[in-house]
Design a binder for this molecule. Structure first.
Ligand SMILES: Nc1ncnc2c1ncn2[C@@H]1O[C@H](COP(=O)(O)OP(=O)(O)OP(=O)(O)O)[C@@H](O)[C@H]1O
Ligand SMILES: [Mg+2]
Length: 451
């Protein structure tokens, strides 16, 4: 289970092991080396002291003193004459092992004769002397390697202890890692599993500001967003069902009446007209829904091109003018200068037609609607100004929501489904543009698009 912490602990262990191995080997070697060098230096210094005393004052008493000084410690001394015969010695036991070496000494100055402290039980130095007359020979010093070996043994014990302590620390680190890292990760995994099962009610503990904390709060946010989306989708589906069922009720009702015997042709024609109108509304709604679905999937593409403003808007004007005329609404087009627009002409037409459709629907007869097009720096500003029924101030921010309509009963009168502005907003934003609304209830509205 605790895979990450195990992996981390192993990497940590390998890193620490390599580091410790290198450091400890270096430390071990240099400590031993300096201790051995110390022993050599002391041995040479003692030997040369004895030799100097002997040169200055060569006598049996001096020799006896030298030998006595080296008794009872880890050092031994042997004094030989120039024929290799032993004049005096501090111990007999040394002699047997080193007899041949002592017999064949041939040095002009103080020298280490045996330096291999590891194999030999003594390190040996030789100090040639030349006193009055033919009194010459060697002061041979012996230093037992026992203390060095004992010191190395102690050192090894210390190093082993620190190795064991390192391993204990490693296990503590492993336990902490497992607590700090793996457990929150397992909790987050459980939370995501819960989310994928459709249960968005997850609560993760606060883990601080680090990457784990970020991940935890992202999961929490994801759960919240998904819950919001799910609710929104349910509401949306319910609204659609409602929207579709209303015209269907009319269609079914009126078709039943139209089928009855004993009604006049005129009456039948009027019922069929209502059925046709309601079917048209449904068709419109389904078309808008399809548009919306395509936008949500972001499968629709914007293909921008450059085109002239005036002919474009004159064409739009011509398209809507007849229906405006039927309702006796005056439509003005203001496009003072002709300039180039960089946009998707089909989508832009859809945007403007939607706004003009709203202005038409939510304006009273004999009123006026203005479509104004201006160039502002590199941008195109399109305003649709009407003096219609307006939108209550507290509802302005809601009109871009799916299926939202101000005063549902009145909208039914106007035949809206509350999708037009959602489509407009998505299209404007896909162009990288913005939409602004100013409206006053009973006075009129201004929809201003900048792209
Ligand atoms: N120019 C306007 N004047 C007054 N109210 C408006 C205007 N434009 C939009 N509205 C309000 O905003 C609501 C949402 O508009 P939207 O265009 O999204 O939907 P709709 O016109 O009702 O239906 P459709 O999907 O057919 O366009 C409308 O129902 C209407 O109440
Ligand atoms: Mg509309």
């Amino acid at each position: 289970m605790n895979k990450i912490s195990t992996k981390l602990a192993i990497s940590f262990f390998i890193a620490v092991f390599i580091m410790e191995a290198i450091l400890m080997t270096y430390l071990h070697q240099s400590m031993i080396q300096s201790r051995v060098n110390e022993e050599f230096a002391r041995l040479l210094s003692n030997g040369s002291n004895h030799r100097n005393v002997l040169i200055e004052n060569y006598s049996d008493t001096t020799i006896k003193h030298i030998v006595m000084m080296e008794k009872d410690i880890d050092r031994e001394v042997i004094i030989t004459n120039n024929r290799g015969e032993i004049i005096s010695r501090s111990s007999g036991s040394v002699l047997e092992k080193f007899h041949t070496i002592i017999m064949n000494l041939d040095y002009r100055e103080d020298s280490i004769v045996i330096s291999d402290w590891n194999k030999s039980s003594y390190i040996v130095s030789a100090h040639p002397f030349q006193a009055d007359g033919d009194k010459s020979g060697y002061v041979v010093m012996f230093q037992s390697t026992g203390p060095i070996k004992e010191m190395i043994h102690k050192l090894n014990m210390h190093f082993a202890a620190s190795g064991v302590i390192s391993i204990i620390i490693l296990f503590v680190v492993y336990a902490i890692l497992s607590k700090l890292l793996t457990r929150p990760l397992i909790k987050m995994k459980e939370a995501t599993e819960k989310i994928s099962m459709g249960d968005f009610n997850v609560s993760l503990p606060y883990l601080g500001e680090d990457e784990l904390g970020d991940l935890s709060s992202s999961i929490q946010k994801l759960a919240k967003d998904l819950e919001h989306l799910k609710n929104e989708r349910n509401e949306f589906l319910a609204s659609i069902a409602h929207e579709l069922s209303t015209p269907l009720t009319y269609i079914i009702g009126y078709s039943k009446i139209a089928m009855r015997d004993g009604i006049t042709d005129e009456e039948r024609a009027s019922y069929l007209k209502i059925i046709a109108e309601e079917s048209e509304r449904m068709k419109e709604l389904v078309k808008n829904l399809l548009d919306l679905a395509r936008m949500d999937e972001t499968t629709f593409t914007i293909s921008k091109e450059q085109f002239n403003a005036r002919p474009f808007f004159e064409n739009v004007y011509k398209l809507v003018q007849p229906s405006y005329e039927m309702k006796n609404i005056k439509l003005n087009l203001i496009c003072k200068e002709d300039f180039l627009i960089y946009a998707d002409p089909i989508r832009l037409e859809q945007i403007v037609l939607n706004l003009l459709d709203n202005a038409y629907k939510y304006s009273n007869e004999e009123s006026e609607v203005t479509l104004e097009v201006q160039k502002n720096e590199n941008k195109t500003v399109i305003s649709v100004i009407d003096s219609g029924i307006g939108i209550p101030e507290d509802e302005i921010h809601l009109i871009f929501e799916k299926l939202y309509r101000v005063e549902k009963s009145r909208s039914r009168l106007h035949g809206g489904s509350g999708i037009g502005l959602v489509v407009v907003k998505e299209l404007v934003e896909a162009h990288g543009g913005t939409i602004e609304v100013k409206s006053k209830l009973g006075e009129g509205s201004i929809f201003k698009i900048t792209i």
